[in-house]
Ligand binder design. Structure first.
Ligand code: ATP
Ligand code: MG
Length: 276
């Protein structure tokens, strides 16, 4: 197998015509991968993604071939998938205001060309979910917001509109399921590719803590930074060490590792309603 790409968290291998997306236990905060792994994190992300692909199968076909037919060394944390011609758009849906969406709103009153009402604050729920695509930036560069019209120019109107519709439908379904289990999906990023026959296929990972902002509903309170389900403990601890947020990061102490692992598992258990 050939290693095609090693991201902060995942490694991508080619296996014949297939791809293997392998999720490691690496964790990054402030875009720096820390030296200490979080045991089982890769398995949680993989299992959660597989679960979502199934839930969403009636909205969009997906790239999954198998979560079982993978080399033993990657068992449980890899997905064998169809290699697609990826569309060069990060398809983001936002139901709440946070992160880069919040910065953009504060600067312009809109995100990706979608005007938003005045007076929103950090964590506000939007009147309706919005499609706020970004470019897929090359390594070391930042993704930039693009308008739907720009996406239409880039890939054609029909395809752009299809991506927007699929993204909003998937977000809405996901947010609805998660809300029943006490989790707010503030935003999420999806990636789509095309099969040889032109069909648009949902790819990459779906509605995981790495691709989405999950907040515990019971703690949601607009007007402040929301508690992030997965990484808050590590971020808070890291800030307390006085680390300057440049690589290499500090080793994470055992108790923070154990609590963080428990949070990832809790997200999985709450969303899927099944035990780990
Ligand atoms: P990082 O997440 O560290 O910022 P990244 O997004 O470039 O980096 P990963 O997410 O680790 O990298 O790697 C997954 C890569 O595989 C992405 O480039 C994604 O677009 C691509 N990919 C996902 N599914 C498929 C697929 N079915 N066919 C082809 N490429 C895919
Ligand atoms: Mg990625």
């Amino acid at each position: 197998m050939k290693l095609l790409h090693s991201g902060k968290v995942r490694d991508v291998y080619a296996d014949g015509d297939d791809l293997l997306l392998v999720a490691s236990d690496r964790i990054s905060v402030y875009d720096v991968v820390l030296p200490t792994p979080i045991p089982d994190k890769g398995k949680v992300l993989t299992r959660l993604s597989l679960w979502w692909f199934e839930q969403l199968a009636d909205i969009a076909p997906n790239h999954v071939i198998s979560g079982d037919d993978v080399p033993a060394e990657f068992a449980g944390r890899a997905i064998r998938c169809r290699r697609l011609d990826m569309l060069p758009v990060e398809c983001i849906a936002r139901g709440y205001l946070a992160g880069l969406g919040l910065s953009e709103y504060r600067a312009k009153g809109e995100v990706s060309g979608v005007p938003l009402p005045a007076g929103l604050v950090e964590g506000s729920r939007l009147p309706a979910p919005v499609f706020t695509p970004t470019t897929k930036a090359a390594l070391g560069e930042h993704d930039e917001f693009v308008t739907l019209d720009e996406v239409r120019t880039q890939i054609g109107k029909d395809l752009a509109d299809e991506l927007r519709d699929l993204t909003l439908r998937i977000y809405s379904r996901g947010a609805e399921i998660a809300a029943e289990r006490g989790i707010v999906v503030a935003d999420t990023k999806l990636e789509f590719g095309r099969a040889p026959d032109g069909t648009v296929v949902l790819a990459d990972e779906v509605l995981t803590p790495d691709s989405s902002r999950f907040w515990p509903l019971e703690q949601w309170e607009p007007g402040r930074t929301q508690f992030s389900f997965d990484k808050q403990l590590v971020r808070d601890w890291a800030r307390g060490t006085g680390w300057d947020q440049t690589a290499p990061g500090p080793e994470i102490p055992e108790d923070v590792v154990a609590l963080t692992r428990a949070r990832y598992i809790e997200v999985y258990e709450r969303i899927t309603g099944t035990g780990w």
